[in-house]
Ligand binder design. Sequence first.
Ligand code: EPU
Length: 420
Amino acid sequence: MSEQRKLVIKGGRRIEGEISVQGAKNSALPLLAAAVLLKGQTELYNCPGLSDCDAACRILSALGCSCKREGSVVCIDASAIGTSEVSEKLMREMRSSIIFMGALLGRCGQCRLSFPGGCEIGSRPIDFHLDAFRKMGAKIREEHGYIACRAAKLKGAEISFPVPSVGATENVMLAAVLAEGNTTIHNAAREPEICDLAGFLNRCGARISGAGTGTVHIEGVKRLDGCRYTVMPDRIAAATYLCCGAITRGELLLTHADIASLGPVVPVLEQIGCSIYGFGNGNVYLNAQRALKAPAQIRTAPYPGFPTDAQPPLMALCAAIPGTTMFVETVFENRYRHVSELIRLGAHIKVEGRVAVVEGVNRLTGAELEAGDLRGGAAMITAALFAEGTTKIGKICYIDRGYENIEGLLKGVGADIRIV
Ligand code: EPU
């Protein structure tokens, strides 16, 4: 990716004020794909303005759907779908383009997509997705970098995943809602975004139960109609801003957030010494003006475990508070790409396979960094807010994939941050 812009951050300023949390990227993307299945118009509210969402909208347009954004509302009408093929160029723009496979199979009985892009945090295979579609009766051919799927009539099936996969659970739900008969997903992912997708599809006429548990049942229906739906708040953006508040020993009020979906992020921040209160109206308050102490161990795991997506910003926070933390990354094999950049700021971190040991220091100093993936980029911003002097972060297109207006929001709460 060619990218001239840089984020320039002068660290050392306390963050204080209010941040309105965006809609969830990882919920908006499957909801946009789900629109392919619906008759009539769909209106998605609180859809974050992110490059990944723009990429999903470009796929919808290329398929022949009408897809228009006005502010945070995206209106989609999939009545006139003209093709079930997505070009390599569009597929490469984001990893989650694979989610269109289930939706297109459900709608058109066939699809042809290239292998998705976005492999910066590990190999990210799609075997669970393909095996599940085969069980549902699809014939799949892989040739010349493309995957062609065909199923005259998709049939419900018993699907069991070796480990819970968010994308594969969503893809099967999308394929199964219009399939003939019943589908059960065993060892399904339990992430809040799965519940959001089920809530949306059920509002459109689907019959899905058990979302949020390890067993999801889908009873195929004949038709789904578009609806109005509000995308859930982004729990990873919220976690990132809480880490930014904590590292500057600041005081933050997040609005439009959902404290329940943050899962173990809240107790970990409390253990570190932050006070956090959820007010039940979408407001989450953080105060980090006490002595902070690093947690002994953080182990990422599928929900309700500690989210792998929040590991990089939390690691940045732990790098700047006294104590030693052992991180164990169990979800992705290559999710420590931010470590070498944090070390450039003066962090003490050693990585051995899936384990990273962080010894907190009381001083980091600004340096020139480069983002290599979305959440790693967020970790660099978090650390830079604490580091003395100026940090410049390149390749910020990775950060644009998942954080809407992050520099504006942080500037609004007192950070010295700008894009050049
Ligand atoms: N896996 C396989 N085969 C498959 C699918 C998954 O082996 O066919 C493995 C993966 O390699 C990984 C594990 O299963 O080790 C879990 O991966 P999962 O499928 O759950 O991840 P994903 O659906 O590709 C989503 C999020 C990620 C988030 C993970 C885990 C979206 C669009 N992406 O990815 O978000 O890290 O779940 O929670 O929902 C991000 O936002 O920065 C991000 C990477």
